[in-house]
Ligand binder design. Structure first.
Ligand code: ADP
Ligand code: MG
Length: 254
């Protein structure tokens, strides 16, 4: 087990209100696993990722990484990286310079990062675009570049928050395949938040189904299928609709 949440609760405190977003949440993630989080809009999914990313601290409960408290990690040692909803590439920087942003901010940038950046851009089909600016790339390529940028800090766990929501349907299917191939190719552990049930089933090994706010775990569903299949191929497999129906029912009932 790489990551574990035990009884995690989180309440937003604003000047005149308290909003409990997460309640008594317990689940774990195995090394190399792709775990999905699905739940109704506004239930607390992004909040869960923000807790994992260290942007918020649990009001109660504990999050551990490889058995130690996640709260022990700080700054450049922080082992979990969040890929934001929109790619957030900087238009005034080339793709290569965008990819090298993490090490540059952490002031650790060196020859090895430059090499690694080029290697990843090359491996995942962006070599010719390294010197271009984000606006010269398609939505799918931008998302790939954003993922490579997130991988540059070599995180233990990668968090993805609705990473395909800005893309049209056709592009989404293709980017889903690309992202899956990159994450599996780099042997990364990933947690994906999405409100798209089909997308989650096509990408994930297990899916944590959340209730409406405050989010708690309704059920954790293991997606049993040939792990070598790409997300697109998985959509065509026989059991796909069974999983869809199961999750749909769970969300509808609550
Ligand atoms: P989801 O990602 O599932 O759509 P969020 O985690 O973004 O949901 O939000 C869960 C709840 O917490 C929502 O009711 C939202 O309004 C509230 N919320 C989110 N961020 C804040 C914040 N910074 N301050 C106060 N309330 C917030
Ligand atoms: Mg959200």
């Amino acid at each position: 087990m790489i990551l574990s949440l035990q009884g995690v609760t989180f309440t937003y405190q604003t000047r005149d209100a308290e909003t409990k977003a997460v309640e008594d949440m317990t689940f774990s993630v195995e090394e190399g696993e792709f775990v999905g989080i699905v739940g109704p809009s506004g239930c607390g999914k992004t909040t869960v990722l923000n807790l994992l990313a260290g942007l918020e601290k649990p009001s109660d409960g504990e999050i551990t990484l490889r058995g130690g408290p996640l709260s022990d990690y700080r700054g450049r040692e922080y082992p979990i990286a969040l890929m934001p909803q929109h790619d957030q590439l900087f238009e005034w920087r080339t793709i290569e310079k965008n990819v090298l942003l993490g090490p540059e901010i952490r002031r650790t940038k060196g020859e090895s990062h430059v090499r690694r950046g080029r290697e990843l851009l090359d491996k995942y089909g962006l070599k010719e675009f390294a010197g271009k600016h984000p606006s010269e790339l398609s939505g799918g390529m931008r998302q790939r570049a954003a993922l490579i940028r997130t991988l540059m800090t070599d995180p233990d766990v990668l968090l993805l928050d609705e990473p395909f929501s800005a893309l049209d349907f056709q592009t989404r299917l293709k980017v889903c395949d690309d992202v899956h191939a990159i994450i599996k190719g780099e042997k990364k552990t990933a947690v994906l938040v999405s409100h798209d049930i089909s997308e989650s089933i096509s990408l994930c090994d297990r899916i944590v189904v959340l209730s409406k706010r405050p989010a708690h775990v309704l059920e954790v569903i293991t997606i049993d299928c040939d792990k070598r299949l790409s997300p697109l191929k998985r959509r065509e497999s026989g059991s796909f609709s069974n999983y869809f129906e199961k999750i749909w029912r769970l969300l509808e009932d609550k």
